[in-house]
Write a protein that binds this ligand. Structure first.
Ligand SMILES: Cc1cc2nc3c(=O)[nH]c(=O)nc-3n(C[C@H](O)[C@H](O)[C@H](O)COP(=O)(O)OP(=O)(O)OC[C@H]3O[C@@H](n4cnc5c(N)ncnc54)[C@H](O)[C@@H]3O)c2cc1C
Length: 193
């Protein structure tokens, strides 16, 4: 019988497990495949977004900006590769400038720090390999890249070290509500929470 069962050992499940491991809690993560980071988390672009894309006022915008600020310290704490190399959104013509300005304004309202609109000369100085057709760019110095596997594995390892059990090859097939909890029906038998 667990206090909490997390279904899925991707980056969300593993981060939740790590957070939960700070508390006195009997918890497990069940994962249908044989390892962590087997779903979407293994196949993304590895960008730690600055936060100008997320809809203004949304939880996603709030967590994006907060999460971005946490990543550098987290990478040192858990020892996974992270590089704050900044990001550029390129604009190729004057007529597209209102769209770039819209992104900038949204970013400012979302609380993204250090956002700047660079002119052609400034962009080429920062990134000489960009096309000469560049007109301007939105520069977000807080954007970065992370190793998606490194992040996911580090979160799961740390959660496991701190007492969260990981049960692989265990697929949740049904969830039944019972008095005071749930029964999770899996291919490996019932798990109560
Ligand atoms: C092409 C692409 C590019 C992306 N690029 C970026 C990016 O650059 N930056 C960024 O921040 N985000 C990016 N994302 C989004 C990001 O990858 C996802 O938001 C994130 O990986 C979701 O993690 P998750 O843990 O919720 O899901 P997943 O990683 O899919 O984890 C879910 C886990 O649950 C398991 N599971 C499913 N069903 C069951 C079951 N019934 N029982 C037990 N286990 C089960 C799966 O096997 C899997 O391991 C991108 C996404 C895509 C598709």
């Amino acid at each position: 019988m667990y206090d909490v069962v997390i279904i899925g050992a991707g980056v969300s499940g593993s981060a939740s497990a790590r957070e939960l491991s700070r508390y006195k809690v009997n918890a497990c993560v069940i994962e249908k495949t044989e390892d962590v980071c087997s779903g979407t988390s293994k196949a993304n672009s590895g960008i730690v977004h600055a936060g100008f894309d997320a809809p203004e006022g949304s939880l996603m915008a709030k967590l994006n900006v907060e999460g971005n600020l946490m990543m550098e310290e987290l990478s040192k704490e858990l020892d996974f590769p992270f590089k704050k190399n900044g990001s550029l959104v390129i604009c190729l013509s004057e007529e597209d400038m209102p769209k770039l300005k819209e992104l900038y304004d949204r970013g400012i309202r979302n609380g993204v720090k250090e956002l700047k609109i660079l002119n052609k000369e400034e962009v080429l100085e920062l990134e000489p390999n960009i096309t000469d057709d560049v007109y301007a760019a939105l520069y977000a110095p807080t954007g970065g890249i992370v190793c998606p596997f490194g992040l996911n594995i580090a979160l799961a390892e740390n959660a496991n070290t701190n007492g969260i059990e990981f049960r692989f090859n265990t697929e949740a097939q049904d969830i039944e509500k019972i008095d005071g909890g749930f029964i999770i029906k899996t291919n490996q038998g019932d798990i109560k929470t």
